[in-house]
Write a protein that binds this ligand. Structure first.
Ligand SMILES: [Zn+2]
Length: 468
């Protein structure tokens, strides 16, 4: 019988805290003694895990907005991720819930995430982490069309009652294309995430929790697989010393006894089965790993929240704004000489966002020689508005129980940046309509309405209030 395989996947991500107007992360007293939460989580989690040489033995994804922070503030940490690039997979760029997004946004988020991975880690990603593992068939088709070969889902996202997660599956996505889905082990992943006693001793975890699951071979002779998936910040930030647990679990050590299984990354576990046909399976549409009510957590009244009545009106306001910004984008683009397709230009604009292209040169490349400086400026403003219109859908804005929280203020500032660029560019009054739409919901705890939270969020970063 083949030796079993353990894959430990760490999803490294945290909400973006960049002020969209200045490009800087404001200081945050709640993160003391550190300057801000990015700095604190870097010290507690990213740096120790990177320096202990754990990353090459994990499977991991690193959010592009987080990678951008590390590139500036902790380049040595990012360099260790890059050195371990072979064990990494990409992530959709702004961590938005793709099944709730229109198709063109899904494509852009996936293409931007893949491009960011290629830039940061010097190789093409073979897999991609779906934010909150939120999935539906069209999203998987977008992945397959972008060249993504594999993704990770929760076991209850399989469209069968008790999926055997010890093997990856093939999902046919239409158009004669398919993608490989690895389902994580639900019990073990929950234990790692929520039961600190389970992870006090890595040897015991390997002996008592992992090895028994790998003791029975697969019928086709392929190695049985256990995939443990969790937030990466768990290891050292949410749970102290779990960076040490991780090191003892996955990093080779000559003093370790043979545990009877091998630790590999996701790509290796999938590639090992080449030649053995993958069993086909279907996924349950509009499901996720952190909401047991589909994707209601980010769109409606998920029963886990005492009062989620604010979530749908916020999303509705943003959906309306996004549609209006897209209409302006098409209209302005028609008057820009040489611009064949503004949506293809948006897909390519990631190079300006991540710094691989200089903005003026990018605009000149898109518009050609006939365009003047004013046209180039208009294109760049338009695409920058599209960038923040995408960023405003970051899942964090809806994740918690109250829109007055910093994560929702952050997506409101992204919306403000987008709408102010567009109103300035096209002479529209979309911000006024946005503010009106935001009055339709309230903070359950503070009682203030969404428009008040919007004004506060702008004031916090020194931006003027919207016009009355
Ligand atoms: Zn829920």
């Amino acid at each position: 019988m083949s030796r079993g395989r353990l894959v430990v996947h760490a999803h490294f991500y945290q909400p973006s805290r960049v002020d969209p107007f200045s490009g800087h992360v404001p200081a945050d007293a709640s993160a003391a003694p550190f300057r801000d939460w990015n700095a604190r989580i870097t010290a507690e989690c990213y740096r120790p895990n990177a320096e202990r040489a754990v990353l090459p033995h994990l499977s991991w994804d690193l959010g592009p907005t987080l990678a951008a922070y590390l590139a500036v503030e902790a380049p040595d940490v990012l360099a260790r991720f890059a050195a371990a690039g072979a064990s990494g997979i990409a992530q959709a760029f702004h961590h938005s819930i793709l099944p709730l997004a229109p198709l063109h946004d899904r494509r852009t988020e996936v293409l931007w995430g893949l491009r960011d991975f290629e830039h940061r880690f010097g190789r093409l990603a073979s897999g991609l982490w779906l934010p909150e593992t939120a999935v539906d068939l069209p999203t998987l088709r977008v992945l397959a069309e972008a060249g993504v070969r594999a993704t990770i889902l929760a076991p209850w996202q399989a469209d069968v009652p008790h999926v055997d997660a010890r093997r990856p599956y093939r999902v046919d996505v239409g158009g004669e294309q398919h993608i490989i889905v690895a389902f994580y082990d639900g019990d073990l992943s929950a234990a790692v995430s929520f039961e600190p006693s389970t992870t006090a001793d890595a040897d015991r975890f390997a002996r008592e929790r992992v090895a028994p699951r790998l003791g029975v071979g697969m019928p086709d002779g392929t190695p049985p697989l256990v995939l443990v998936a969790s937030d990466g910040e768990l290891y050292g930030h949410h749970q102290p010393f779990r960076d040490l647990f991780l090191q003892w679990l996955v990093a080779p050590d000559p003093s370790n006894p043979d545990r009877g299984f091998d630790v590999v990354d996701l790509a290796t576990a999938v590639a090992e089965r080449e030649g053995h046909p993958h069993a086909g399976i279907r996924v349950r549409d509009r499901t996720s790993w952190s909401c047991h009510h589909g994707v209601a957590r980010w769109s409606g009244e998920c029963p886990d929240v005492a009062d989620g009545r604010w979530k749908w009106p916020l999303r509705s306001a943003f959906d309306r704004l996004a549609g209006a910004i897209d209409a302006v984008t098409d209209r302005v683009a028609r008057d820009l000489p040489g611009l064949a397709d503004p949506w293809a230009a948006r897909d390519r604009y990631v190079d300006v966002v991540i710094g691989t292209a200089e903005a003026e040169a990018f605009a000149a490349g898109q518009l050609g020689a006939r365009a003047g400086a004013t046209d180039r400026r208009r294109l760049l403003d338009l695409l920058e508005a599209q960038r923040w219109r995408l960023a405003m859908f970051a899942s964090d804005g809806w994740y918690w129980d109250d829109p007055a929280r910093p994560e929702t203020r952050q997506v409101l500032r992204a919306a403000a940046r987008a709408v102010r660029l567009v109103d300035g560019l096209a002479g529209t009054a979309l911000e006024r309509r946005l503010v009106s739409d935001l009055t339709t919901f309230r903070s359950p705890h503070l009682g203030i309405d969404g428009a008040t939270i919007y004004r506060q969020a702008l004031s916090e970063v020194g931006q003027p209030p919207p016009h009355a």
